[in-house]
Design a protein around this ligand. Structure first.
Ligand code: KG4
Ligand code: ZN
Length: 341
């Protein structure tokens, strides 16, 4: 394939439990996006085991980069710059991607760009759907639930964040209580399709002193107490003894989605922002997509979601935002370091 060399960025992502590589042209056009998921390796433990994640990245990273180049129909000779997730994430996982990115940059004399994982999630939604800045970004994943004012690609100012658990973490924990498979978000939302979301009235977070925000640990505890029959001292029943599991899943999902929608749109109104971009793993949730879109419509606002493949961890968003960093001269040296925070 003939491509202007300077337009292609190879992105590498290894911050958590997905090894990913992608080739993106001019920050938007995704030529390839490969994700090697470790879900099966972590599933028996009900969560990500950092030691396993690091080893698995080591095994998968080179084949994943090779596949991203193959799928795009290009070789390293066509690549103009390397972008890599530098933070935040599991340190042993981040270091694997970083080592490969630095080695390629050194060997091929290619510019190196460090990308912040959360800034890339927020950028992901805008790759497929151009937006006018400023806009409001909701990043909602397994580790983060926060609202940002976005003034341009990767230009985020935090406006609110969860006081405790991330929304995805709440989905994952409720899935464990209900005996559903890991990761919890997809399995809870699948079961919720069979249940009644109005069956149980779980608590919703409400803005404190007029300031929108999030909290999910009270909701998680409310689900636990519901399962224990309001007797906090009673042990949690084993999943097979829980009645109306689908109603619990649907009612929990309804409360979580309600909190995300009301708080996000309240912040958009307060900040005078007409567009909301939603990204991160929980942005895959069909009920969230439906309710956020309808509620934004009612207020004359616009809600924008990436395709599900670009909601969860991927390297297309890293290559995409990496392009903007590269074009504005924000290059990293070979001393680029990983950071967990
Ligand atoms: O962005 P992501 O892939 O990794 C992090 O950076 O955390 O997000 C993973 C999170 C998990 O908590 C997972 O349960 C949640 O996203 N998730 C969902 C859905 N799909 C994934 N939560 C709710 N509904 C879904 N359909
Ligand atoms: Zn993520």
């Amino acid at each position: 394939m003939t491509s202007a060399r300077s337009e292609l960025v190879l992105g590498i992502e290894s911050s958590c439990d997905d090894t990913a590589a992608a080739v993106v042209r001019t920050g938007r056009e995704i030529l390839s996006s490969v994700v090697d998921s470790q879900i099966a390796e972590h599933a028996p433990f009900g969560g990500v085991v950092p030691e396993i994640a690091g080893r698995s990245h080591l095994r998968a990273i080179i084949p994943t980069v090779d596949r991203a180049l193959d799928d795009a129909g290009v070789s390293l000779d066509d690549i103009g710059a390397i972008a890599v997730t530098e933070r935040p994430g599991l340190i042993g996982s981040l270091l694997v991607g970083l080592c490969v990115a630095k080695s390629l940059s050194f060997a091929r004399k290619l510019p190196l760009v460090g990308v912040h994982h959360i800034e890339a999630h927020a950028y992901a939604a805008t790759m497929e759907h151009p937006v006018d800045y400023p806009t409001l970004a909701l990043v909602v994943s397994g580790g983060h639930t926060a609202l940002y004012r976005m003034d341009g690609p990767g230009e985020l100012t935090k406006k609110a964040q969860t006081l405790d658990d991330a929304a995805g973490e709440a989905f994952d924990k409720v899935a464990v209580m209900l005996g559903l498979s890991y990761p919890g978000g997809p399995s809870v939302s699948r079961l919720a399709l069979e249940g009644d979301g109005t069956a149980i009235r779980f608590p919703r977070y409400r803005a404190k002193d007029g300031k929108p925000g999030f909290s999910f640990s009270g909701l998680k505890t409310a689900v636990l107490y519901h399962l224990r029959g309001q007797d906090a001292l009673r042990p949690t029943p084993p999943p097979e003894e829980i009645e109306n599991k689908a109603d619990v899943a649907a009612s929990f999902q309804e409360a979580a989605v309600d909190t995300l929608v009301t708080q996000t749109l309240a912040m958009a109104e307060q900040e005078g922002l007409g567009t909301v971009v939603v990204s991160g793993g929980v942005a895959c949730n069909a009920r969230l997509r439906e309710r956020m879109t309808a509620a934004a419509d009612e207020r004359g606002m616009r809600a924008v979601f990436p395709s599900p493949a670009y909601c969860t961890d991927n390297a297309a968003m890293i290559a995409g935002l990496g392009w903007h960093r590269w074009q504005s001269g924000q290059l990293a040296g070979l001393d680029l370091d990983a950071s967990a925070r």
